[in-house]
Design a protein around this ligand. Structure first.
Ligand SMILES: [Zn+2]
Length: 132
């Protein structure tokens, strides 16, 4: 995977602008302080909180991830593997509990990445490089 892509910074806890500095303080979604964010990028200084309440909308991104997870696991478990729906639902609830901190972090990074363009001089960035 290319290090200068938005997808890379979403998946690997990197700043959406420079793809170098960490977004969250810890790299693990399963540590005690999984939700501690840097205020600014430690590498380029990008502001990670553009306005108060900015991350409220990331809940909807998280909701979308859970919906995708539910649909995928349903089709694999119930439709493809023919597991009984009751057993599927019993497995789904623990998976929600385990995935909550992970989706929380990915949703915040995804939400911020939608609003911050990568550094213009990065190869492959979506912002066209203008010269002169
Ligand atoms: Zn940065």
């Amino acid at each position: 995977m290319r290090k200068d892509s938005r997808f890379y910074s979403i998946l690997f806890n990197k700043c959406p602008r420079c793809h170098e500095g960490d977004f969250f303080v810890t790299n693990s979604a399963f540590s005690r302080h999984f939700d501690d964010m840097h205020d600014h990028c430690p590498h380029c200084g990008e502001n990670f909180t553009p306005e108060p309440g900015f991350y409220w909308a990331s809940m909807f991104v998280s909701y979308a991830f859970f919906t995708i997870w539910t649909l995928l696991t349903f089709f694999v478990a119930v439709q493809w593997l023919k597991i009984d729906v009751d057993y599927y639902l019993m497995g789904l609830i623990p998976s929600y509990l385990i995935l909550t901190p992970y989706f929380f972090r990915v949703a915040r990074r995804t939400w911020l990445t939608l609003f911050i363009a990568p550094k213009p001089n990065h190869v492959g960035s979506s912002v066209p490089v203008t010269k002169g």
